[in-house]
Design a protein around this ligand. Structure first.
Ligand code: ZN
Length: 238
């Protein structure tokens, strides 16, 4: 099983690993800090180097338990090579800030509308959106939520992650916020949770900032009313 370094240390910018498989330009490693696209968060990019050769990591995907690093070329690399890897940190750090922001917004919306259902979201490098099944969510409330989220950001809440057993997870109501998430969690021995202390606790596989203060300033970029059961809040970080 691949050692997922991004779960242990979200701030790891460089790491060493060994190549365990090569298929064309796709490389697998025994351990990786490159986050594969999933849970609404885009993949990392960066470089992998060995033998005096440096290759670009252009995409990272999950395939079951495997993590596939798509390079611009794998020429010069062999299975068993010890490689040094470097993340495009600016990109990853931005994704982390947006991901934590989306959790904040969902949690604050639930304070106003306890029956809200989070139906999906997407985190990009320069924006993020979250979709809600929430008939009473309108632009006015969206503006209020962003204001309240900004206050929480400035309060400086610690963000942490840990693994729970199914039994522990079952004791926490509303831990899993989406239907696909519930189906995935059923098959897992341990469930990773991300907590914004005093604000939110939810099952999540993404990477997050360590403190809400790091986010800076968020703004409402767009509010889309796509029907009673589909409202979209899009945010930007200044
Ligand atoms: Zn998340």
């Amino acid at each position: 099983m691949v050692d997922r370094l991004y779960w242990k240390e979200a701030y790891m910018k460089e790491f060493n690993a060994e190549i365990t498989a090569i298929d064309g330009a796709i490389v697998q490693l025994d351990r990786t800090a490159f986050y594969p696209t999933g849970g609404g968060q885009l993949n990392d990019t960066g470089t992998i180097s060995a033998n005096g050769v440096e290759r670009q990591v252009v995409d990272v995907k999950k395939n079951g338990e495997l993590i596939l690093h798509a390079l611009n070329s794998s020429e010069g690399f062999s299975i068993g090579d010890k490689v040094s890897c470097k993340l495009d940190w600016e990109r990853r750090y931005s994704l982390m800030k947006y991901h934590t922001s989306v959790h904040l917004i969902s949690a604050i919306l639930a304070r106003h509308q306890p029956d809200v259902k989070f139906t999906g979201g997407m985190i990009y490098v320069d924006k993020a959106h979250a979709d809600f099944d929430c008939p009473l969510l309108n632009r006015e409330l969206a503006v209020k939520i962003i204001e309240e989220a900004q206050a929480v950001i400035e309060e400086g809440h610690t963000v942490n992650s840990r693994f729970l057993t199914q039994e522990e997870a079952n004791l926490i109501p509303n831990l899993i916020k989406t239907q696909p998430g519930e189906d995935i969690a059923k098959g897992l021995e341990k469930i990773r949770v991300v907590e914004i202390e005093g604000v939110d606790l939810q099952a999540d596989g993404g990477t997050h900032v360590a403190n809400t203060k790091e986010i800076g300033r968020i703004t409402l970029a767009k509010f889309d009313n796509k029907g009673a059961h589909r409202k979209r809040i899009e945010i930007k970080i200044a």
